[in-house]
Design a protein around this ligand. Structure first.
Ligand SMILES: [Zn+2]
Length: 461
């Protein structure tokens, strides 16, 4: 009996020791390395502080392509630039004042793609509408006037974790407002910045013209200025504005997607894409949108290389150009790689900020998702990123792949404050907490690795 107990004790001790010394899995090693390394932060800092704003066609965008390409090369990772032509819109002077109210300054910014006002500007009455139905009811009454869409974000949605839904609703007036107003003879179109907070900073973003209608200038007022105009109009006062915008659209410019990869050891033809967009708006340095995504995606490859890991499938990092005002990079990638779209085992995009991670949006569902979750949950739970949300679109740049049935994922960060800074002069590095950012990077590295190194194929359904 004594000897049996002694033997059991020895066995138990041996098992415990084995459990304690069991080497960490590659996914665990990657996550640990991501959490302790400052590599991604250094990349993000250079991209934002040293290079700066990166609007398509700008010097900053060209430098970002050169620098990220050189970075991959310095890490010993194969990289190439894949040419895309991009729109080249340049912001000019932008100012407005209320001639009806002592020339008070109105702070605003042109929407991306807007045409200019005449050199001396436009002076016209402002007419406010809450939505397109109201505009249609007014019809020709807006002729000769500046149409102002009062389109606040639904803050109940924002506060309950649904910032992106609130954004989708409010942003319709940014995209289509100018042409809808031009149809009835308006001379300019204004929106309230699509933002969830403001310290009198205007938020820009892309707009598009209906080619069948006249092009009128379009701008976003700060929330504060938009509310001022709204208060005056509600009091029944006539509001007359002087508006000067001098942006230019130049011929399309040469640019590129940056494509880097670590070849798979067993299934090199199968690709797990991880990416983000390299361009940003011009008002700030695009730290949150999307310098953070770029730095995280690059870091995934650097960490794998640094640890000497060899994934079964090829891991390809794509830094897309021109997500903000044309999506030429996303469309260009899908066109250039159309013969291998079916060989993309997954596409993962990071373009939703750099606050603490919560999980991933995905088009993968049913048994495929259950099986994936059971494998990745233990890893992702370490950084509270284990929640998967169903979505038909995981990221704009990868949307052509998602539409073609490629299993797609988008990293989700806590969205509460995302639209406080989005597309505004305040999207700068200081808004990001390095700890949250490291957790995002660790979550992205873990999911990328687990899909790329899995022995099982992943299907969207
Ligand atoms: Zn973005």
């Amino acid at each position: 009996m004594k000897s049996t107990i002694a033997a059991l004790t020895i066995l138990l001790t041996a098992i415990t020791a084995a459990a304690q010394t069991a080497p960490p899995s590659n996914g665990e090693r990657l996550m640990a390395h991501a959490l302790e390394s400052s590599g991604a932060w250094e990349t993000l800092q250079y991209l934002t502080d040293d290079i700066g704003p990166r609007l398509s066609g700008s010097k900053g965008a060209a430098l970002a392509v050169q620098w990220t390409t050189a970075r991959f090369r310095s890490w010993g990772i194969a990289v190439r630039d894949e040419k895309v032509m991009v729109p080249h819109w340049v912001r000019g002077e932008e100012r407005a004042s209320l001639v009806s109210h002592n020339g008070q300054k109105i702070v605003l910014t042109a929407l991306g793609g807007s045409v200019a006002t005449p050199v001396r500007g436009i002076t016209a009455d402002v007419i406010e509408v809450s939505n397109f139905d109201e505009l249609d009811r007014l019809g020709n009454k807006v002729r000769g006037k500046i149409v102002y869409y009062n389109n606040p974000m639904n803050m109940d949605l924002v506060r309950s974790g649904h910032s992106f839904e609130a954004y989708e609703e409010a942003v319709r007036y940014r995209g289509a407002g100018a042409s809808r107003a031009a149809k009835y003879g308006a001379v300019a179109s204004l929106i309230r910045s699509v933002a969830s907070a403001s310290l009198r900073d205007p938020h820009t973003g892309a707009m598009r013209y209906d080619p069948k209608l006249p092009k009128i200038p379009a701008a976003a007022m700060t929330i504060e200025d938009a509310m001022l105009v709204d208060r005056l109009i509600r009091k029944g006062e006539r509001v007359r504005m002087h508006l000067v915008l001098t942006p230019k659209t130049l011929p399309d410019a040469d640019s590129a997607n940056v494509v880097a990869e670590i070849r798979g050891s067993e299934r090199p033809d199968e690709i797990v894409l991880v990416g983000a967009h390299l361009d940003s708006w011009d008002l700030a340095t695009g730290a949150i949108d999307d310098g953070s995504g770029v730095a995280m995606s690059m870091e995934v490859l650097r960490l794998i290389k640094d640890l000497g890991l060899h994934p079964r499938r090829t891991i390809r990092c794509v830094l897309f150009m021109n997500e903000e005002n044309g999506l030429r990079g996303g469309r260009g990638y899908a066109a250039a790689h159309k013969d291998e779209i079916g060989r993309h085992a997954a596409a993962i995009e990071t373009d939703a900020g750099a606050a603490a991670p919560t999980g991933f949006s995905t088009n993968v569902s049913g048994e495929a998702l259950t099986s994936l979750e059971s494998r990745v949950h233990p890893l992702l739970a370490r950084v509270n990123a284990a929640r998967f949300e169903q979505s038909s679109e995981a990221g704009a740049d990868i949307s052509p792949l998602t539409d073609a049935g490629v299993p797609s994922f988008g990293l989700i960060s806590d969205p509460l404050h995302y639209f406080d800074y989005h597309h505004s002069p305040s999207d700068t590095l200081d808004k990001i907490d390095p700890k949250d950012f490291a957790a995002d990077t660790a979550a992205l590295a873990a999911l990328t690795w687990e899909i790329a190194d899995s022995t099982e194929p992943l299907r969207a359904k």
